[in-house]
Design a protein around this ligand. Structure first.
Ligand code: HEC
Ligand code: HEC
Ligand code: HEC
Ligand code: HEC
Length: 446
């Protein structure tokens, strides 16, 4: 797992964001359903003109950088996503799955390419371009001619057919569609057993790692609103939680003996056979021997809710416990709980996350609560540890930026150490992990 490198430009996370996000918070529909279907994808080449987005360095005096193509092509893993299917590693996966070459397997292409039907590909569309500009920004057929002028309002951008990538909830849905998976981007235990890396996702960390091909400067803030790492962390957890619940509901229960194993935490099964590891608290109170669900984002929302809305936190905890019980009960019970949690996410948690702006004190309390849960209830839970490393890093960075005083010198090495502990699932040491978390708390002065 890669780590965000270095602090970002100071412009990254200050200021509050106002009303803009309202639009996507009011309905229970998937947020991306707002994007138009049926427009053609004209291809990366149409964006890459040297006076458009294909400059080799930022244009002085322009609102946008204009070297976005250059950054994408040289540094963005999405540009090479299709090439990753043309490697011996990918072919080994597809061979173990008994499929043909990975680079022509529909399932692999759904996440590793801009996988639009032939009828929606313009003349300059090149499949080899991997995950191109229009995968994230939307099909350009309608806006390619007009968007050089720029847009004054969100309504203008949306009417042109751009995806609202600047809204955290929309961006989170977009990234999570592939990085957690959904009905159109499916990844199962067989694929991982064949060698595919397990997926993980955190919005702020992944945005920083992409890396950004945009600058959040004064001009950007005026046009599109501010960046706020702590807010984006919460919005991203909500988007991931929603995908997890959808996956629980989507996956058919087979007639035979086998459930879909990736619905459960990897470590539920992949560990030794000595007793003493099970923890009912991790498992919604279910008896020992019940595999815990792969529910990390649901769990990560709990300490955040505890801090900002205790009543909703209690409701969430009740549902979470009921969800675990329902998973061992009936399809109907599971559906009921998953629906109720999805409604809470859409109607209350996402709007709350979008509005949230935690104070330095709250950020420190949140880091402390996450660290306590990780060392206690979730000790030994690797997926939770990975997501804790990202959360602690994002939230501690937000804390130090919001303090408006230089970060304590012990913070960076402490965060590096936390990341080191989650580099390798097979060498994960709960004891060393817990110590590394303590060092973060002490760097925060707690
Ligand atoms: C169409 C599916 C898709 C979408 C949408 C998508 N990604 Fe990805 N992403 C991938 C794939 C596939 C890879 C792996 C690329 C490779 O190395 O082959 C990847 C890799 C990455 C990586 C590198 C991960 C690592 O461990 O090094 C980051 C960071 C990332 N994506 C961030 C994002 C962000 C942020 C968004 C939303 C703005 C996003 N992605 C949207 C499919 C997608
Ligand atoms: C649900 C979306 C999804 C599907 C389906 C999917 N992948 Fe991936 N794949 C990803 C993402 C995301 C990553 C990057 C993981 C990360 O680093 O976080 C990735 C990484 C990889 C890598 C490692 C790339 C690298 O640079 O290290 C290989 C190889 C790979 N995928 C092959 C495949 C093959 C073969 C298939 C089909 C059997 C497939 N993938 C299906 C999303 C997907
Ligand atoms: C993985 C998703 C993804 C891909 C691929 C992608 N972008 Fe972006 N892009 C984003 C996100 C997220 C933002 C930041 C939010 C915003 O301003 O919309 C952004 C911002 C931008 C901006 C800044 C707009 C501004 O107002 O300052 C431009 C321009 C842009 N992208 C162009 C491109 C071009 C050109 C390509 C292809 C070469 C591309 N993007 C590929 C996700 C993506
Ligand atoms: C409910 C139990 C269960 C869960 C949860 C589970 N697995 Fe498995 N896994 C198995 C079984 C059973 C096998 C096949 C037997 C074997 O190879 O040990 C297997 C096999 C594998 C293999 C292949 C091992 C080999 O030697 O070829 C890998 C890799 C793997 N799983 C990864 C994962 C990952 C990653 C996750 C989490 C996303 C996960 N598993 C979740 C039960 C599980």
């Amino acid at each position: 797992m890669r780590q965000q490198q270095g602090a970002r430009s100071s412009g990254w996370r200050c200021g509050v964001r106002g009303l803009l996000w309202l639009l996507c918070s009011l309905s229970a529909r998937p947020l991306l359903a707002d994007a138009p279907a049926g427009d053609r994808h004209l291809g990366v080449a149409t964006c890459a003109g040297s006076t458009c987005h294909g400059a080799t360095r930022p244009f002085a005096g322009s609102a946008i950088r204009q070297d976005e193509y250059f950054i994408w092509q040289r540094q963005d893993p999405h540009a090479g996503a299709l090439r990753s299917l043309q490697t011996p590693e990918a072919d080994a996966i597809s061979r173990r799955l008994g499929m043909g070459p990975a680079a022509s397997a529909e399932n692999c292409l759904s996440c590793h390419a801009e996988n639009v039907p032939a009828a929606l590909r313009g003349e300059r569309f090149v499949a080899d371009d991997g995950i191109g500009c229009e995968s994230c920004h939307g099909a350009s057929e309608r806006w390619i001619g007009t968007h050089v002028k720029g847009y004054r309002t969100d309504d203008e951008r949306l009417a042109a057919g751009l995806h609202a990538t600047w809204k955290p909830a929309v961006r989170a849905e977009l990234c999570a569609s592939c990085h957690v998976g959904d009905a159109d981007h499916r990844i199962d235990h067989r694929t991982m057993a064949a060698g595919h890396p397990p997926l993980l996702f955190e919005l702020d960390t992944f945005t920083a790692l992409e890396p950004p091909h945009w600058d959040v400067d004064d001009d950007y803030r005026a046009r599109k609103g501010d960046a706020d790492g702590a807010r984006d962390w919460a919005v991203g957890q909500a988007a991931a939680a929603r995908r997890v619940l959808a996956k629980l509901m989507r996956t058919p229960v087979a007639g035979g003996l086998m459930p879909e194993l990736s619905l459960f935490d990897c470590n539920a099964c992949h560990h030794g056979t000595r007793a003493g590891r099970a923890n009912a608290e991790r498992n919604g109170g279910m008896p020992v021997g019940t595999p815990p669900l792969a529910d990390t984002p649901l769990v990560m929302l709990q300490p955040w809710l505890d801090l900002i809305d205790p009543a909703m936190a209690a409701e969430w905890r009740r549902h979470w416990t009921a969800l675990h019980a329902a998973a061992s009960d009936s399809r109907e019970a599971l559906q009921r709980e998953a629906d109720a949690m999805t409604r809470l996410i859409d109607r209350r948690i996402v709007p709350l996350a979008e509005r949230s702006r935690l104070s330095p004190l709250q950020l420190r309390q949140l880091v402390a609560a996450i660290v306590t849960a990780a060392g206690d209830r979730h000790r030994g839970d690797f997926s939770h540890a990975e997501h804790t490393a990202m959360a602690v890093s994002v939230l501690a960075t937000a804390w130090s930026e919001r303090q408006r005083t230089p970060a304590p010198t012990a913070l960076k090495p402490a965060l590096d150490a936390v990341y080191r502990e989650v580099q390798d699932r097979d060498r994960f040491s709960p004891a060393r992990w817990t110590d590394s978390l303590k060092a973060v708390i002490s760097a925060l002065g707690g």
